[in-house]
Design a protein around this ligand. Structure first.
Ligand SMILES: [Zn+2]
Length: 317
């Protein structure tokens, strides 16, 4: 999916606005030059007629008296005079050159048929904005990953989970993994979800994040999305803190449809939960637990509540 059509259209409109603004600036500059350095346009017109004469002589060689070197000399002299007219009036030499925010694509977003880097950057920014976790990613990303809060078996489990995340990211374009992070509060589940989300969005995949209750609101009230269809188009959906919502048979049915549909469409999902697999079976259903066991990589994390440890460390400093 990357970005939906509407978002892409909005980005292309931004380029249109940039081009209009730069054209307006250039027109305003022309007016200034026309007022303060009218000679500039005289030279400009002389260059045009010289070039036209040159084109004519190339088309009709018999009528020409102009030699190539005469032409080049006159052209260079006129260009020089034109530039001097600007400079003498106090303008920079390139004052009337076309203005581009991105000279590579001339503010179109494309270089030939390929996406320009500036377009790719805009797309990634849009992906971040629609993800719902933009601010969370400032702290939850691989550059802030630390093993210092873990020891023994907890450390082993965390290292293993980090490896699973890297593996998922590395193969994401060809293989759609699903992950279940299960474990106690504050042991790094949401942190790792954020790490994966950021890496994938930086690679132009679309990611969206929901708490479990937000997800069920969408599934049953269509609160945020015009169509549930959108939910199934994201490359990755992150469901945080599954089990924190009020569960009933409607929620259970919705959860099964959601998980199943994502699996059938070959789209990745990351779920984090404090529940163990057997608690999930009891809380939801046998078939939900078995869908997860069959289709998800399960990372069982453990350890102290890192958020509490971090708070203690900050207060000590
Ligand atoms: Zn560009």
């Amino acid at each position: 999916m990357a970005l939906g059509n509407t978002k892409m259209q909005a980005i292309l409109k931004e380029y249109e606005a940039i081009r209009t603004q730069n054209r307006d600036t250039l027109n305003a500059r022309r007016d200034q030059v026309a007022e303060k350095a009218p000679a500039y346009f005289d030279y400009h017109n002389q260059i045009i007629s010289l070039c036209m004469k040159r084109t004519n002589s190339a088309l009709y060689p018999d009528t020409t008296t102009d030699t190539s070197s005469d032409y080049q000399t006159s052209l260079a002299a006129l260009r020089k005079a034109k530039e001097q007219a600007l400079i003498k009036a106090g303008f920079p030499a390139d004052y009337l050159e076309p203005i581009y925010d991105c000279p590579d694509c001339q503010d179109t977003g494309f270089v030939a048929t390929a996406q320009c880097n500036c377009l790719k950057r805009r797309m990634v920014r849009a992906l971040y904005a629609q993800s719902g976790i933009e601010h969370l990613l400032e702290t939850n990303n691989f550059s802030t990953l630390s093993y210092e809060y873990y020891q023994g078996a907890d450390l082993e489990a965390f290292r293993g989970a980090v490896q699973v995340c890297h593996d998922m990211i590395e193969h994401f374009s060809t293989r759609k993994d699903n992950l279940l992070f299960t474990g106690t509060v504050g042991c790094g589940k949401s942190f790792l979800s954020g790490c994966v989300a950021k890496e994938l969005m930086d690679r132009s995949f679309s990611v969206v994040y929901f708490s479990a209750s937000q997800l069920f609101d969408i599934l049953y009230q269509n609160g945020l999305y015009n169509s549930q269809e959108d939910l199934y188009n994201y490359d990755l959906v992150i469901v945080d803190d599954l089990g924190s919502e009020v569960t009933n048979s409607v929620v259970t049915a919705a959860l099964f449809t959601f998980l199943n549909e994502r699996i059938l469409r070959g789209k990745s999902t990351i779920i984090s939960t404090n529940l163990s697999l057997s608690e999930m079976k009891d809380r939801y259903s046998e078939r939900i637990a078995s869908r997860i066991i069959q289709n998800y990589k399960i990372c069982k994390l453990s350890g102290p509540d890192i958020r509490i440890l971090q708070k203690r460390l900050t207060t000590r400093k």
